[in-house]
Design a protein around this ligand. Structure first.
Ligand SMILES: Cc1ncc(COP(=O)(O)O)c(C=O)c1O
Length: 274
């Protein structure tokens, strides 16, 4: 297949109007439950022997379209959508850590991520260290035998400090530790952490992905195995799924991501030059 531009993918990936009575806009599948042709079919779906929707906490077509789109834009294998950015962060960190392990973080994180890390410490003795991540040696010095995740926010909210993701990923690979990047403030239009060697990308889609100030949402992108495992564990059992209407708002917002990020960048340059 011919390679398509970011702008084109942002409009089309994950949706084919031919499968939806020609509807140009992705339909909002506002349903909790899906019906089956027979009890046997229901049994096969619950057993995972047949593909198909069952219940919207386990999957919903409007949400699936968004998951496929963000995965392509981030150049990852699969995506998973959450009701909030913090639901995305917490499901990911709970999936990747066990009691008594350690998370190495960038210094300066969104306040509620810091709050979540404090809860993980208090309840499960999962300790975190916060470092500037300016050199390879500094990162190596802070990796412990029990470090199970390197968690980086760049640019950091609210300091806007930037971290060299390629460098962090290079060191993490030596120790086989996954690198999770909160890419909220760049969006995939300006930065693709997976292309830089990182493993998992998180968004508070509330910000640039949504772009209209009308939805609170979160997204995670990573390898197919990791995402499907998370969908059937820390998402299925803890909850925090995205609603079909929120997915629709994001599918609409994401279409103009490239235009908005260009304008944001121009405006930022004007302010810096003033
Ligand atoms: C960088 C970053 N990550 C995560 C979050 C949490 O996202 P949400 O507010 O969508 O739960 C925010 C929210 O401001 C954020 O700025």
């Amino acid at each position: 297949m011919k390679e398509r531009r970011f702008e084109t993918e942002a409009v089309h990936v994950g949706y084919d109007s031919k499968d939806h009575l020609g509807s140009l806009s992705t339909p909002i599948y506002q349903t909790s439950t899906f019906t089956f042709d027979s009890a046997e079919q229901g049994e096969r779906r619950f057993a995972g022997e047949e593909e198909g929707y069952i219940y919207s906490r386990l999957g919903n077509p409007t949400v699936t379209a968004l998951q496929e789109r963000i995965a392509r834009l981030e150049n990852g294998e699969a995506g998973l959508a959450f009701a909030t950015g913090m639901a995305a962060v917490s499901a990911t960190l709970i999936k990747l850590t066990k009691a008594n392990e350690h998370i190495l973080c960038s210094q300066g994180l969104y306040g509620c991520t810091f709050g979540l890390l404090s809860i993980l410490d208090e309840k499960y003795n999962i300790k975190s260290d916060y470092i500037s991540m300016e050199t390879e040696d500094q990162i190596r010095e802070h990796i412990l035998p029990e470090t199970s995740v390197i968690y980086v926010e760049t640019p950091i909210n609210p300091t806007m400090k930037v971290i060299d993701l390629e460098m962090v990923a290079r060191v993490a690979k030596e120790y086989e530790i996954p690198v999770v990047v909160d890419n909220t403030f760049s969006s995939p239009y300006l930065q693709r952490p997976i292309d830089l060697g990182c493993d998992i990308v998180i968004h508070s889609a509330t910000k640039y992905i949504g772009g209209h100030g009308d939805v609170v949402a979160g997204l995670v992108v990573g390898k197919e195995d990791f995402i499907s495992d998370m969908a059937m564990t820390t998402q299925k059992d803890i909850g925090g799924q995205m609603s079909p209407f929120d997915a629709w708002l994001l599918l609409r917002g994401i279409k103009t991501l490239s235009l908005r990020m260009e304008r944001h960048s121009q405006t930022a340059e004007t302010i810096v030059d003033a």
